[in-house]
Ligand binder design. Structure first.
Ligand code: NDP
Ligand code: MG
Length: 380
């Protein structure tokens, strides 16, 4: 029985991961979230973990009293997340918290020699170089949960890595596919929160509408698969059936397909290399009939362009861009800025910050703070 800790267990990925764990008899050692104590209590009673982590310190007492009749130990704050990430019992740590706050727990799990199933893409965007080099040093595996990266990982199995030409990262195009810049000026929060194919947390849903999500995934792919940016092609594929593909030296292209259901990539990350029945429905290609492909509109969707330019420039730029985006998306969700401003703010980072190196975690934190201060000042 594989032992797992899940950070971000109350979210879209976290809850689906618990479904997969239940189906395959995982032993859940710990669950953790930010502040959703109701759902954490429910999860604790159902899965009987040894530990529950609550990030929000104000909720700690209430969490404790809710579970007072159990043996569960309640851990709190970033320290609690990191203790969970490093638990001796863990066979694997699934990180599905949202935002670059997930970076330190990821590094902590790797430092403790624990394999990581990674949904938290911001971890790799903000700290890709330090995460991948630490994982190498510690001999730790990072299993991608993001559907595109899981697809690429699956397409790489049984082939020689050095014979790879490039990867084809598919994008749904989001709810505003085909919109002009002028049309984007009038979209509302409700419009932006309506994703055509996937049901996800609000931050990634907005990222999907701005196409920042694909920009983050471009950077995530670069680090996970050790690619040059020129080896990554983004193709808009509206149906989200082909989750991504890989082209080899002979121009053979291998793709991974399936219904758009995150439980498939979650399960592959947790059960790798095994494949057992997944709690979802099978793909029927005839139900779809037609699959379509097109190029992304880099000019209209400024975030996508900014993210790619950020990773091309390197250093702290991806981190700065990610943190600026986190702040801008939060401001948009709190009705402080318009949709169109997210792209304007994120791309302005490229013109307003000098190149700096990222050599350790402190450099990431410094860049993160600088970008957040910059955005807060811009919109105040
Ligand atoms: P949700 O918003 O649905 O869930 C986020 C989870 O993270 C919640 O459990 C939340 O707790 C928790 N959380 C947030 N901040 C903290 C914190 N400081 N400490 C501990 N827990 C925290 O997001 P998703 O599940 O949609 O996404 C999670 C990650 O996975 C993101 O990085 C996203 O980009 C990535 N991803 C998601 C996909 C999807 O289909 N949803 C697909 C591919 C990648 P609480 O509920 O208490 O707020
Ligand atoms: Mg994805």
């Amino acid at each position: 029985m594989k032992k797992i800790s899940i950070l971000g267990s109350t979210g879209s990925i976290g809850t689906q991961s618990l479904e997969v764990c239940e189906k395959h008899g995982f032993h859940v050692i710990a669950v953790a979230a930010h502040s959703n104590i109701e759902l954490l209590e429910e999860q604790a009673r159902k899965f009987k973990p040894k530990y529950v982590g609550i990030f929000n310190e104000e909720k700690y007492r209430e969490m404790k009293s809710r579970l007072a009749d159990t043996d569960v130990e309640i851990l709190c704050g970033m320290e609690g997340l990191c203790r969970i990430a490093a638990l001796e019992e863990n066979d694997i740590v699934l990180n599905s918290v949202v935002g670059m706050v997930g970076l330190l727990p990821t590094l902590t799990a790797i430092n403790a020699g624990k394999d990581v199933a990674l949904a938290n893409k911001e971890t790799l965007v903000a700290g890709g170089a330090i995460v991948t080099s630490l994982a190498k040093e510690k001999g730790v595996k990072i299993y991608p949960v993001d559907s595109e990266h899981s697809a690429i990982f699956q397409c790489l199995q049984g082939n020689k890595r050095e014979q790879l030409n490039k990867i084809i990262l598919t994008a749904s195009g989001g709810p505003f596919y085909g919109f002009t810049y002028d049309q984007l000026k009038n979209v509302t929060k409700a419009d932006a929160l309506k994703h055509p194919n996937w049901s996800m947390g609000s931050k990634i849903t907005i990222d999907s509408a701005t196409l920042m999500n694909k920009g983050l995934e471009f950077i995530e792919a670069k680090w996970l698969f050790d690619l040059d940016p020129d080896q990554i092609e983004i193709v808009v594929h509206r149906q989200s059936v082909i989750h991504s593909a890989v082209e080899y030296k002979d121009f053979a292209v291998i793709a991974q397909l399936g219904v758009p259901d995150m439980k498939i990539p979650i399960q592959y990350a947790l059960l790798y290399p095994d494949r057992f029945e997944c709690p979802t429905k099978p793909l029927s290609l005839t139900d779809y009939g037609t699959l379509t492909f097109g190029a992304p509109d880099y000019k209209t969707f400024k975030c996508l362009n900014a993210a790619i330019e950020g990773i091309r420039r390197g250093g702290a730029y991806p981190c700065l861009i990610n943190s600026a985006n986190e702040e801008a998306v939060s401001a948009f969700l709190h009705d402080k800025i318009k949709f169109i401003q997210i792209g304007e703010i994120v791309s302005s980072v490229l013109d307003n910050f000098e190149y700096t190196e990222i050599t350790d975690y402190d450099d990431v934190i410094e860049a993160d703070k600088a970008a957040r201060d910059y955005v807060r000042q811009l919109i105040s």
